[in-house]
Design a protein around this ligand. Sequence first.
Ligand SMILES: Cc1cc2nc3c(=O)[nH]c(=O)nc-3n(C[C@H](O)[C@H](O)[C@H](O)COP(=O)(O)OP(=O)(O)OC[C@H]3O[C@@H](n4cnc5c(N)ncnc54)[C@H](O)[C@@H]3O)c2cc1C
Length: 391
Amino acid sequence: MANQQSLRYRSYPQFGPEHDQLRRTVRDWCQNELRPHADEWEAARLFPREVFTQAADLGILGIRVAEKWGGQGLDWWYTTAYAEEMPACGMAGLTMALLVQSDMATPVIDEIGNDYHRENFLKPAIAGQAIAALGISEPDVGSDVANLRTTARKVGDDYVINGSKTYITNGTRADFITLGVRTGGDGFKGISLVMFPTDTKGFKVGKKLEKLGNHSSDTAELVFEDCKIPAKNLLGHENAGFYYIMRNFQGERLVGAIGSVAGAQRVLDETIAFCQDRNAFGRPLVGFQTVRHQIVQLEAELEAARQLNYRAVDLLNRKQDATREITMAKLIGGELANKVVDRCLQLHGGAGYMAEYDISRAWRDTRLITIGGGTSEIMREILSKVQGLSK
Ligand SMILES: Cc1cc2nc3c(=O)[nH]c(=O)nc-3n(C[C@H](O)[C@H](O)[C@H](O)COP(=O)(O)OP(=O)(O)OC[C@H]3O[C@@H](n4cnc5c(N)ncnc54)[C@H](O)[C@@H]3O)c2cc1C
C-alpha cells in the first residue's frame, strides 16, 4: 500500500524527487517507529515527548521557516507532502499534536514576531526542545473568537493574565502557549497575541480532558491566575490579535484539510484491500456492483477534494489571498472525510465495529475534523461573507 500511495502523489506535477524524498522519510518514520506503538500510546492517552525531538531531527517542525531559526526554508508543497504522509502513523491524535507544533502554534511567531520571539520560542519548538500549544478557545467562547474573555492587563513592563482556556491540544505539557488575550475593549479590536511560558507563576493545568477519539494526544483545560509575563512577549501590535489569529487559521485549516483527505484516502485504500479479500455469498465483496460503485465514487470525491486542497496550497504558496479556497477545502475535506470513513466502516461489517481494526479508531478520530480549527458551520459563514451574501 505504501507504493500505491507514493505512486498516487508522484503523478501530480507539483511534486518532484525532493518531495518524494521527504514523503519517504516521513512515511518510513511513521510506519516503522510510530505505528507499532499506536495501541500503547492510545491507551496511555499520550505519546512520549521524544517524538517531538525525532520529528525535529527529520526537519518537519519548521519546514517553511528560515534555516537561521532551525527551519528548512522550503515551501508549502513540502508541508503538503508532510501532512499527507503523517496519517501513516495510524494515530490522528499524534498527527494533530505535531501539526499544532509545526503549523498551528508557531508559524505566526515567525510571521509577526521579532528576533526575541524567534530565538526564545520558535527556535526551541522547531528543535523539538519546547512543546508548543495554541490557546484560543475558552469555556464560554469557541467559534466566536472576537469575544474571548481571558484578559491581559498592562502593569508597568508586564502583562498580568487572568482567565481560562479549554480544549487545548498539547495543553498538559506545553512549554509555551501562543495565547489569545483581551488587552483592549470588547469585540475583535481588543484582542492581542502573546507568547506565554507555562512555568509562569499562577498558571496551572486545570484538567486533562477525556475525548471521543484522538486519544494519543493530550487536550487540556488551562487556568491563568494573575500570571505576570514581560510586555515584550506581545506578538506584533497590541489589539491587532484578531487579525493575526484569522490569518494564522488559514495555514491551520489548510493542513487540517490536507490531513483529512490523506487520512480518508488511506482508510479507503485499506478498505479496498479488505473488500478484495473478504468473501460473501461465494465472491469477494468487490464482486458486488454496489460495493465497487461506492468505492469508486468515494475515490472520485477524494480526488476532487485533493485538487481543491492543491488549488489552495498553490495560492498560499504564491502569497495570494486563499481565504475562499482554504475555507472551501476545510469544509469539503472535513465533511467528505467523515463520509468516507463512515462508509468504509460499513463496508467492514462487524469487523469495522471491533477495536482491533484500525477503521474503528479512524471513525472516532475523524469526527473531530468538522469541529476543530473552525466548524463546518463557521466555514459556511465565512464563505457567505466572501460571497457577499452576509456582513
Ligand atoms: C480535540 C480538540 C482539540 C482542540 N484543540 C484546540 C487547540 O489546540 N486550541 C484551541 O484554541 N482550540 C482547540 N479546540 C477548540 C475548537 O477549535 C473548538 O471546539 C471549535 O472552534 C468550536 O468551538 P466550540 O466548541 O466552543 O463550539 P461553539 O462555538 O459553542 O459551537 C457549538 C455549535 O454551534 C455552531 N455555531 C456556532 N456559531 C454559529 C453560527 N454563527 N452559525 C451557525 N452555527 C454556529 C457550531 O458550528 C457548533 O456546531 C479543540 C477542540 C477539540 C474538540
